[in-house]
Write a protein that binds this ligand. Sequence first.
Ligand SMILES: [Zn+2]
Length: 219
Amino acid sequence: MFRSVFSIVCSVFLCVLAWGTEPKRVALVFDDGPTPEQAVKLLAILEEAGVRVSFAQVANTMQQHVSTTLATRARGHEIVNHSFLHRDVESLSDAELEKEIGGAQRMMTEVLGEGPRWYWPPYLKITDRVREATAAAGVTLYEPSSIVVSKDYDNSVSADEIERLATKGVTDGAVILFHEWREETVERLPSILKTLKEQGCVFMTFSELADSMLTEAEQ
Ligand SMILES: [Zn+2]
């Protein structure tokens, strides 16, 4: 009797242990960068942790810091189209929207030698017009299974809260959203990465995550 209870307790424990460490594929995205000063700090932290991420870059920023973009990509990070001027799509005419998405794609193609594979919308705004404009521009709208929002875009949100939100409720296939310009995010990143690793997270770029989810769906 004692033995069977003991073995049930053991197998439940092992099951919990295995479930708890089940790898979770996640992609970190840093919006609005890379920019020279922040990139130096961020890339060093990511390199130290052995983590590659995606940078959702505004084309206008890329134009000003081409060498930073190229150096970031050379380290294995993915560069994603995040519009031309980061405008709110709802206020735009069709021609303006085309410039935001298609214009950014053309400019980035020139800089990178090939167009970014993904479009990641400013303010996470996805409308039918955005869908049409991305399709017309030959870029794919990135739509992950879930998005973990650190709220680091809000300056009233503290470093502690950013760290708490970025590591809470992270599921397999999730994108965790940060902003490159937020000092507290960069400062807390080593600790955030450590916690996520303890939760069993495996870090991927947008493309790696999408391909991995697709391969799994096909099996
Ligand atoms: Zn943005």
